[in-house]
Write a protein that binds this ligand. Structure first.
Ligand code: FES
Length: 109
């Protein structure tokens, strides 16, 4: 079921935000020239939070051991082969809605 995660005006193209939906921590990444996407909020490596990751507008880099993920796909581009679990996200009016059902975070550490 889609649940409100945040207001659209809390997001900025080229930035990311941390949100919690149904007690699930996630990051909403908005790559430049793309659209907002919601990914698992814990790093697939050692389950450290991606809340303090660095985002350069294209790639998200975990601050703990520098694994890096493509913001447009969640694919790991530095670290073990894996892809961040993505949650369905839709925008209705000024609200950002995310569906957490059936999505399981990926861990490969
Ligand atoms: S916990 Fe993210 S790179 Fe190690």
């Amino acid at each position: 079921m889609f649940t409100k995660a945040c207001d659209l005006n809390e997001l900025r193209e080229g930035k990311y935000e941390v949100v919690a939906v149904n007690r699930t921590l996630m990051v909403v990444v908005w790559p430049q020239g793309d659209q907002p996407r919601a990914f698992q909020g814990l790093c697939p490596h050692f389950k450290e939070p991606l809340a303090d990751a660095r985002f350069d507008g294209k790639n998200l880099t975990c601050s703990h051991h520098d694994w890096a993920f493509e913001g447009a796909t969640g694919a790991c581009i530095k670290g073990k082969p894996c892809t961040l679990a993505e949650y369905p996200l839709k925008i209705e009016g000024e609200e950002v809605l995310i569906d957490t059902d059936g999505v399981t975070p990926v861990f490969v550490g």
